[in-house]
Each structure stands twice: as structure tokens, then as C-alpha cells.
Write a protein that binds this ligand. Structure first.
Ligand code: NAD
Length: 260
């Protein structure tokens, strides 16, 4: 779903390349100039054999699972159609409202859904580890989260940095809002014990780097994830799609896919 998008094109290549998956159908929005064209030629290469369609139900009828990196409105509607068709739904789309999330949860009562704002296997592992380390260490270890992204990124801290902050706060049994310390500048006073600090580097072509630092007296523990290729998000989505085949109805996250 969303075959011509940045993630969509990457997913087409990965699904085609994997011995475990077969591309059954490719869907784009009504009016898109890829509709009716051969997928491979639309992507600027040799003929593929699949024709790009906007017939969602026809595509679902030929599929075991739909991988969806589109927009919130599209993903919410698709969650219900996929559930009705008995097709598992992997949602990589981000930016959902609370109402959207409630609607997806409702679809998950009968459908099989995997939804994650970051499909990277490593980042999801880092979230889990951050929670564990924060739970194991007391507040005498200061937690600082440092992230770096390319110069075009418009929001800070990154959504992933906030996910890591939530995990650290959960490990300590506190609410992140109560302890987050963002964008220090000037005479800020000494660091408050238990604070979770955030720092954002912006520049060049960083794809995404996250450090979670636990700074104690005489030692520091640093958990680090470095993304060096956007394909890692697509690889996570394909892994989720394979996992979803044998899942019971419900809404799952990448932590479930990873067995974490
Ligand atoms: P994009 O704009 O390049 O691609 C979105 C595609 O969806 C477009 O080709 C668009 O035509 C298509 N689309 C829109 N409406 C449609 C419809 N009704 N039917 C079928 N296709 C439709 O965007 P992108 O960079 O590929 O990102 C897409 C989403 O995935 C965003 O929400 C982004 O934040 C998210 N994302 C998530 C992860 C993750 O790890 N979860 C990683 C990267 C991007």
C-alpha cells in the first residue's frame, strides 16, 4: 500500500528479493500516474509483471498480509477492510491522532495488526534495553538521551528519542513529563536528580543516531543505535509481515515481533 512512496519502493525491492515473501499486488491512490502501469517500468526498470492498481479489495483478496506506509486516514480505513478480508496488516505509517489509534485498536479485535512508529529491529531492542537498564540502576545514574539527524528534520527531540525517554521513565516508574529536561541553555542550575535530559544534533545526512547515557560516579553506560540505511525500516516491516501470518487476532508492536 503506497507502492510509489519512499518506503513503498524500498519494500517492493525487499519483498521481491526475499525467498520468504511474494509480492501479490501493489496499490496506489486513485489518480496516481502509476495506476495501470507495469510496476517495474513505473519504477524505472525492467517489466515486473504486476500492474499498479487502486482496487484495494481486489488486492486484499490476493494477499496474506498488506504492508502499509501511507497516511493516517488511509491506514485507519485499511485496518477495517483488511480485518474484514482476513488479511494481516503491518502499519508503518506515523502521525495518528488518539481517535485514529482507537479505531485501529477496534479493528485489532478481529484483525491481525502490527503497528510501530519505528520498524527498526535495533531501535525496538534499544527501547527494551533502556527500560531494563533504567529499572536496574538508581537515580544516582543520570540519564541523558542524545540524538542526531539530517539537516532537513523539522522536529526535536526525535519521536524515537521520546520513545526511549518514555522507556527510561517507565523503568523508573515515573512519568516522562515530570522528569524530562529539554534544551538546556544559560545558567540552568545543577542537574536535578532523576531528570532525563534530551539533546538534538542536526546536520548533514545523518539518517538517525540515538545514545542513551547512564552517567554515574566513576562509570558510564552508553546504549547506542546507529541507522546507516533507511532500508532497515523496510526490513523490519517484512519481518513483521512474516510474523503476523501465525499471530492470533490483536494489535501488536515490534516488541511482540521480536519476542521482547
Ligand atoms: P511517501 O509520501 O513517500 O509515501 C506515501 C505513499 O502513500 C505515496 O506514494 C502516496 O501516493 C501513497 N498513498 C497515499 N494515499 C494512498 C491511498 N489511498 N492508497 C494507496 N496509496 C496511497 O512517504 P514515506 O516516506 O514512504 O512514509 C510514509 C509513512 O511511513 C509516513 O507516515 C512516515 O512517517 C512513515 N515511516 C515510518 C517508518 C517506520 O519505521 N515505522 C519509517 C519511515 C517512514
Amino acid at each position: 500500500m503506497g507502492a510509489s512512496g519512499r518506503m513503498g519502493q524500498m519494500l517492493v525491492r525487499l519483498v521481491d528479493d526475499s525467498a520468504e515473501t511474494t509480492l501479490a499486488a501493489v496499490v496506489e491512490r486513485a489518480g496516481h500516474d502509476w495506476l495501470g502501469r507495469d510496476l517495474g517500468q513505473a519504477m524505472g526498470g525492467a517489466a515486473h509483471g504486476l500492474v499498479v492498481t487502486d482496487d484495494v479489495d481486489g488486492a486484499l483478496a490476493q494477499s496474506d498480509v498488506v504492508i502499509d506506509f501511507t497516511t493516517p486516514a488511509v491506514s485507519v480505513a485499511l485496518a477495517h477492510r483488511a480485518a474484514a478480508a482476513g488479511v494481516a496488516h503491518v502499519i508503518g505509517t506515523t502521525g495518528f491522532s488518539d481517535e485514529d489509534l482507537a479505531a485501529i485498536a477496534q479493528a485489532g479485535q478481529t484483525g491481525r495488526i502490527v503497528r510501530a512508529g519505528n520498524m527498526s529491529l535495533g531501535v525496538n531492542l534499544l527501547v527494551k534495553l533502556t527500560r531494563q537498564v533504567a529499572a536496574a540502576l538508581g537515580t544516582e545514574y543520570d540519564i541523558e538521551i542524545v540524538e542526531a539527524h539530517h539537516r532537513h528534520k523539522v522536529d526535536a527531540p526525535s519521536g524515537t528519542a521520546l520513545m526511549l525517554g518514555e522507556a527510561a521513565a517507565a523503568g523508573r516508574g515515573v512519568a516522562l513529563d515530570a522528569v524530562a529536561d529539554r534544551a538546556r541553555d544559560g545558567i540552568t542550575g545543577a542537574r536535578a536528580q532523576g531528570a532525563i535530559g534530551f539533546h538534538a544534533i542536526r546536520g548533514g545526512d545523518y539518517i538517525g543516531e540515538h545514545d542513551v547515557i547512564f552517567a554515574g560516579e566513576g562509570e558510564r553506560i552508553v546504549l547506542r543505535h546507529v541507522a546507516s540505511d533507511r532500508a532497515l525500516f523496510a526490513r523490519g516491516a517484512v519481518r513483521a509481515a512474516i510474523w503476523a501470518q501465525s499471530a492470533a487476532p490483536g494489535e501488536y508492536s515490534m516488541l511482540d515481533v521480536l519476542g521482547l
